[in-house]
Design a binder for this molecule. Structure first.
Ligand code: DUT
Ligand code: MG
Length: 582
């Protein structure tokens, strides 16, 4: 039940709507229940007693009751919709807000596909269940009780028939809701699988096409889809079978009442009007039971969704601001002290092992090494995209975990290896780096990143609209825009993670030259596959299998490091297939 309490906290400003809805539904029930009574009066007094004035008078009351019922019903619907939609709105926003605080590690844990399902499908399920609960959750039992009381007051003997039907239906309903809940829980699980499938395929659709893997992907999807279909059919057919059984018992009940009622009328113990109202109440009671069962099933079904939503809300961001954060990063010096790092707590072998490194402010550091050697992992520790497992990373002499995260990330600007642009103009994208940057500053940053040449060729220049994911610019153009965006932060430390891999060598060296001239005091980390991208760095780190294999200048490394020399020769030697001329 802590889940319920937690979720109820998100009703917030819709409390009034939430409370008024069941009250309106109650009003609807009360006036609705008066109608059969008035009906009995019209039949017994008006029709049998041939009293026209009673018919007029009671008829007017009936009309009034119907109008009041309509009013309450509409109001209940209106407030119910507002309360449930508002609740869902608050919930979605809270989840979105929470996900923004997640570290990379938190996101890895859920996967983006699952986060999307939780924020959309699961919240919609909760919204529907909530609406059902505040509307029918009150209406159904209220109508059951009022109808029972009224029919017992009309004819206690005939009411026994109800009680039998109520008992049978209740057993049936409890049996069904248990099974339905189990089945629908499986449906949600399958939905998640399907969503993961769709997310992966659609976001990687270009690769799928390039590798002509459409058929393979289709088969995979078909399987997930088929599984979902099967379980859905199973769940739905259970519901479908339930319906005739329920209706059967309703009609059996009506038959029984008519039979016994007729006898009672002949014995003068019941009037025709009273029998009419008994029949209406009978319908009311049985319908209420089914409705209530519906509410229970829906609420039970939404518990899985509720749990999944709460997991997102309860997840502790594993990277948090310290109690008394250091608010200023003084310079760009960096120190790694006995750093070990792994992505998963229980992995046997750390990704980075015993890293020790001291870098002065303003130095340019090249990082080179085979793929998977830990280059990205190493630099991701600088801006606390991940936290070290052991040891410490210090920037300007202070442990990165002691800084205010915003201040730290403003000072350590990372151009990620898999970088993305967002939908919006080039100006808007660049201002992710600094939202107050003037047009001139944006243009200056673009110039440093050698992005000005192609931007100015676009008909709309800096106002060119970038599509979602940056799909309307080339790989090299996107990389340069991302570098410009990072430069706008005016960072103390700039990290380029393979950020010029798609840029030609001439432009690459132009970018590095502008770094040297324009931001000499910024510490620069340049991860690259091409030696030419790092050879003029002050020092070059050679990474191998999570360890620092060597550190030195280009010349030093050429002389003493075999791996480095081989890489250099393969990139400069004839027939290497690389056009780099060094
Ligand atoms: N790794 C993970 N989870 C991740 C990223 C990486 O387990 O989210 C592992 C895979 C690899 C090791 O960490 O064995 C180092 O990866 P990293 O990305 O640091 O390697 P890299 O040197 O940057 O490789 P590349 O040149 O391919 O970018
Ligand atoms: Mg990498």
């Amino acid at each position: 039940m802590p889940t319920v309490k937690k979720l109820a906290g998100y009703i917030k400003e819709y409390k009034f709507d939430t409370i008024i809805t069941p009250i309106m539904m109650l009003g609807e029930v009360v006036v609705e229940m008066m109608i059969p009574l008035l009906m009995a009066k019209i039949i017994d007094k008006g029709i049998y007693g041939k009293d026209m004035s009673t018919i007029w008078k009671v008829g007017a009351w009936m009309l009034l009751a119907a109008a009041a019922g309509l009013f309450f019903g509409i109001m209940g619907g209106k407030y119910g919709a507002s309360a449930s939609a508002g609740f869902a709105k608050n919930l979605r926003f809270a989840m979105f807000e929470k996900v923004q605080t997640y570290s990379f590690k938190n996101i890895d844990k859920f996967s983006s596909a699952s986060l999307i399902t939780r924020m959309t499908t699961d919240v919609t399920n909760l919204q529907n269940a909530f609406q059902m609960l505040i509307r029918m959750g009150m209406r159904a039992p209220a109508s059951l009780i009022v109808a029972l009381i009224l029919s017992i007051s009309i004819s206690p003997r005939l009411s026994i028939v109800y009680l039998v039907a109520v008992a049978i239906l209740t057993v049936l309903v409890f049996f069904l809701s248990g099974t339905a809940q189990r089945l629908f829980n499986q449906v949600f699980k399958r939905y998640d699988d399907l969503n993961a499938e769709v997310e992966e395929n659609v976001s990687g659709i270009r690769v799928v096409k390039a590798y002509v893997r459409e058929d393979f992907e289709k088969t995979k999807f078909e399987k997930a889809n088929e599984n979902l279909y099967k379980i859905f059919v199973k769940a739905e057919s259970l519901m479908v079978k339930a319906f005739p059984i329920m209706m059967g018992s309703v009609y059996a009940c009506i038959l029984a009442i008519s039979w016994f009622g007729a006898h009672l009328i002949i014995q003068d113990e019941l009037t025709t009007g009273e029998l009419m109202s008994m029949l209406t109440y009978c319908m009311n009671i049985l319908m209420s039971i089914m409705m209530f069962a519906g509410v229970i099933v829906m609420v039970l079904m939404s518990t899985a969704a509720a749990q999944r939503v709460c997991e997102v809300l309860d997840e502790e961001p594993d990277i948090k601001n310290p109690e008394k954060p250091v608010m200023e990063v003084k310079n760009g010096s960096v120190e790694f002290e006995n750093v070990d790092f792994s992505y998963y707590e229980n992995s046997s072998e750390p990704v980075l092992k015993d890293i020790n490194l001291k870098i002065n402010s303003g130095e340019t550091i090249g990082i080179i090494g085979p793929t998977g050697s830990g280059k990205t992992s190493l630099v991701n520790l600088l801006s606390r995209l991940y936290d070290v497992t052991k040891g410490s990373v210090k920037v300007s002499g202070v442990d990165v975990r002691d800084y205010d995260i915003v201040k730290l990330r403003d000072s350590v600007s990372v151009v990620l290896q898999n970088n993305v642009l967002f939908s919006g103009t080039i100006y808007e994208n660049l201002r992710w780096g600094d939202k107050n940057a003037s047009d001139e500053e944006c243009q200056h940053a673009a110039k440093l990143a050698c992005a000005d040449e192609f931007i100015e060729k676009f008909p709309d220049g800096y106002d060119t609209y970038i599509e979602q994911g940056g799909s309307n610019v080339s790989g090299g153009q996107r990389q340069r825009l991302c570098i410009a965006r990072a430069l706008l932060k005016k960072p103390k430390i700039l990290v380029l993670d393979d950020s010029t891999s798609a840029v030609d060598t001439t432009t690459d060296s132009k970018i590095r030259a502008s770094f040297r001239n324009d931001i000499p005091d910024t510490t620069k980390f340049i991860i690259a596959q091409r030696i030419s991208s790092v050879q003029d760095a002050d020092r070059i780190i050679v990474m191998d299998d999570g360890k620092i294999a060597d550190v030195g200048t280009h010349e030093e490394l050429l002389n003493r490091n075999e791996m480095y020399r081989e890489l250099y020769e393969s990139q400069t030697g004839a027939g290497s297939g690389d056009f780099d001329k060094v």
